[in-house]
Write a protein that binds this ligand. Sequence first.
Ligand code: NAD
Length: 438
Amino acid sequence: MTGYSASLPNVAVVGLGKIGLTLAAVFANHRYNVFGADINPDVAASVNQGISHIQNEPGLDRLVLTAHKNNTLSATTNTAEATAQAEIIVVIVPVLTDEQNQVDYQLIDRAVAEIAKGIKKDAMVIFETTLPPGDTENRFGKKIEEISGLRPGRDFDLAYSPERVYSNQIIHDLGHYPKVVGGINEKSLKSAAAFYKNALGCKLIEVSSLVTAEFSKVAECVYRDVNIALANELAMFAEDKGVSMAEVISASNSQPYSNIHSPGIGVGGHCIPIYPYFFINKGLSTGLTPLSREINDSMADYAIGKIEKQIGSLKNKNTLILGLSYRGNVKEPTKSTTLVLIDRMLEKGANPFVNDPLFSDREIKQHGAAPLSLYDDNCSKIDAVILQSFHEEYNEIDFSQFTNCQLVLDGRNKLNSQEISRLGITYESIGNQGRQCP
Ligand SMILES: NC(=O)c1ccc[n+]([C@@H]2O[C@H](COP(=O)([O-])OP(=O)(O)OC[C@H]3O[C@@H](n4cnc5c(N)ncnc54)[C@H](O)[C@@H]3O)[C@@H](O)[C@H]2O)c1
């Protein structure tokens, strides 16, 4: 491992993904020596060359390079070794759910076992990964104690601080969103709060327990999922009644207490479709939380139904899905609605094509669809276009090349409906049945 300044405090960041690398680079530019750890050797190698492997994160390339030049950021695949050099250990390895929506701890359990091998007495471990409430203490604190013999709260500080940033603006958000912090005891809480104040310079919200901090992050995600589900439900009802939901939202939201969210073709990514299950699996198994998951997960099928209603059977039809990413301008296919759309198209005998400027043709093929450039002559053979994620490049699409296209289904209510309709192509969005948006 390279890079070390003896006068600076040492931090290990475990998991150098989109969030972990950004945190590591910010800490390393704020008077900390950072030892990053990631199981992916390519990630460690690029960080050790001063190169960020994350795309589309404004400011990150520069921070990684500067820290590399200043010898304050290095990386390894050996988590125990990184941990052994640190007084502060930040864990940001994902917890996902499996096909049955059960929590999948494989990655983080492995990370925690390595941390337990390296941790020194009097160190502080802070979990930032979104977790089912209770896990910091009951699962991971206990596991570290079992392996290291060090007791949390006595031999090392244990804290939880959820990461709440938004991709594409992570560096900005780290300095501007208040950091929620909980500790296993007062000393852990104060140590973690002092660390974030120094390292990020942001406002702090100190809460009374680890579980409160964990709960607050999952609650944020449930709030968003439920509100999106409400918007989707209202959008489907509006279509049924022949009303434009876009027009309704702009009228309704002129009242200060109304904040109807945007309806859409589906909810994807690491967070919103996953974290509600952290409550659902722990007893919140009836009511709005599971119902919202159902509504949001049904939107892809609803969209397919709209297409079939317009153009008939999808058998042998060429369909183009715009955006493999779960949302615009972010390279992230986890739980993307496009994956569901591809499966459904294949089941129905259609030929799904996918365009996404952030992914290579090889990456698109890995997800079971044929890549199609927007400059390819085969655009003229497409029967229906579906916008799933709105990348900024899609502002410039020339729909006149889709000479055989019968329908554009705008799953994000972002395209120019007048322009598309002017070309004789039917335009529909979620919440607008064959009507042009105002
Ligand atoms: N991505 C977001 O927009 C976002 C927003 C808010 C919060 N979060 C939180 O941040 C967490 C991480 O998200 P991300 O986007 O950085 O994920 P990511 O998939 O980009 O990165 C995860 C990294 O962890 C590494 N890793 C996996 N197992 C490991 C192990 N055992 N030891 C060391 N490294 C390991 C992977 O190789 C990868 O580089 C999420 O699970 C979530 O809790 C993410």
